[in-house]
Write a protein that binds this ligand. Structure first.
Ligand code: UGA
Length: 437
């Protein structure tokens, strides 16, 4: 069964979901209130860097299965299923999530919903949001009770968004009616054999933040071990490797280094703490405060190590930062540990030159005070310290001898444990990495 569906919100999640649903054969109308973004998407131009997504976007446009609009009325008339894919960033000056985009979208869509349909929330939200939005839809939609709601959290990773959407580990559905379950099982049927977890609204909402909190905890766990290794003169990379052979622990998300950033993990653990506090369950999540603190300390530690390598002060020192994106294969610089460190070094008097394969435009807008280079070699020219802060493949493959010829001093800090220390040392570099002797 192929559906006529809309995707409300054409950001990272929305564009990916819309293009993938069109790929599955559904007829998709994607909406955003940003007219310029919609015009560009309609012309096949992707506003983000995401492997494989542009090809899917073009295929959807060419087949006519994927279209774009700014009109809520058109969306309401077209769709039998409406996916909500709005951003829920951290509130200014608070830990809680800002759900105003989601509220505005429901407020704009509902008055046009004149017939039976299913609204499906995919955004990451504070538990209780679905219940509240179900009430708003009932109140505001002319079709009233015939507008059903389901919650279907999204688990895609940036850099693997298409792969994760077309080959998900699981599909979680929070819903209240058999018809909502039937529709969503049919929507996702072309994905083949995927485990479904069908549950209530609150559980579905919680699964998402519980998953991201677990991942954040795993990363901060190994980074806490890195702190202890530093104090004890031990090697956190070997330690992580040894832990990873235990199936119960596993090696994924156990990579020590500069820690996590991006538009999801940091804000999700904070919003989760804020919501648990409101519910009177704050103590259950007090460990997430430590997870956050360990993570932020990694950034300070990286700056301290870089300062040591620069001879105790950044004053007058040229510092090369390789990487601006919060992780490789993405141009996303939201809460990027790499940019955070670069900005702090500049603030402490360093002359920082940053290079990233795809995130330079975004970085320039966010941190105009830094200098930017168009290649790793250019960024490294005359450097007193070289920092690898995002482990792009291009950086892992750099030739230390070639780079050694352009820097002033061969000092490298590997913030992601991505380089081969022996290779760099052989080429005459002083190699340092947090958590390693
Ligand atoms: C994360 C989750 O992994 C997705 O499952 C989730 O759907 C998504 O958030 C979301 O909420 O939308 P993402 O933000 O794309 O995905 O990035 P991750 O791959 O989780 O990486 C997050 C950060 O952790 C990066 O800065 C990365 O460098 C860091 N990281 C990751 C480590 O420092 N060590 C590791 O071992 C793994």
């Amino acid at each position: 069964m192929r559906y006529r569906m809309t995707v409300i919100g054409s950001g990272y999640l929305g564009i990916t979901h819309a293009a993938c649903m069109a790929e599955l054969g559904h007829e998709v109308l994607a909406l955003d209130i940003d007219a310029d973004r919609i015009r560009r998407l309609g012309a096949g131009q992707l506003p983000i860097h995401e492997a494989g997504l542009e090809a899917l976007l073009r295929r959807g446009l060419d087949s006519g299965k994927l279209r774009f609009t700014t009109s809520y009325q058109e969306a309401a008339e077209f769709g039998d299923v409406h996916f909500l894919c709005l951003g829920t960033p951290q509130q200014q000056g608070a830990y809680a999530a800002d759900v105003s985009q989601l509220d505005a979208a429901v407020g704009a869509l509902a008055p046009h919903l004149g017939r039976e349909c299913l609204v499906v929330g995919k955004s990451t939200v504070p538990v209780g949001t679905a219940e509240r939005l179900a009430g708003a839809l009932r109140r505001l939609a002319p079709a009233g009770d015939r507008v059903d709601l389901a919650w279907n959290p999204e688990f895609l990773r940036e850099g693997f968004a298409v792969k994760d959407t077309l080959g998900p580990d699981r599909i979680v559905l929070g819903l209240r009616t058999a018809s909502a379950e039937k529709v969503l099982r049919e929507v996702y049927a072309p994905l083949g054999d995927v485990p479904f977890v069908v549950t209530d609204f609150a559980t579905a909402e919680l699964v998402k933040v519980a998953a991201n909190s677990f991942l954040a905890t795993k990363i901060s766990y190994i980074n806490a071990m890195a702190e202890v290794c530093e104090a004890a003169g031990a090697d956190v990379v070997r330690l992580a490797e040894a832990l990873s052979y235990d199936d119960r622990i596993g090696g994924r998300f156990l990579r020590p280094g500069l820690g996590f950033g991006g538009g999801c993990l940091p804000k999700d653990i904070r919003a989760f703490m804020a919501r648990a506090d409101e519910l009177g369950a704050g103590p259950a999540l007090s460990f997430l405060r430590e997870v956050d603190a360990v993570n932020l300390r990694r950034r300070d530690r990286t700056v301290d190590l870089a300062r040591d390598l620069a001879g105790g002060s950044f004053a007058g020192r040229r510092v090369t930062v390789l990487g601006a994106a919060f992780k490789p294969d993405s141009d996303d610089i939201r809460d990027s540990p790499a940019l955070h460190v670069a900005a702090e070094i500049q603030r402490q008097g360093g002359r920082v030159s940053v290079y990233d394969p795809v995130a330079l435009d975004n970085a320039r807008k966010a941190c105009p005070e830094l200098s930017y280079a168009t290649s790793a070699t250019e960024a490294a020219r005359g450097a007193h310290v070289l920092l690898l802060l995002t482990e792009w493949r291009e950086f892992v493959r750099l030739d230390p001898a070639e780079l050694g010829a352009v820097v002033a001093v061969r000092h490298v800090l590997d913030g992601r444990h991505a380089l081969d220390p022996a290779r760099w040392r052989q080429a005459g570099w002083r190699y340092r990495a947090p958590g390693r002797p």
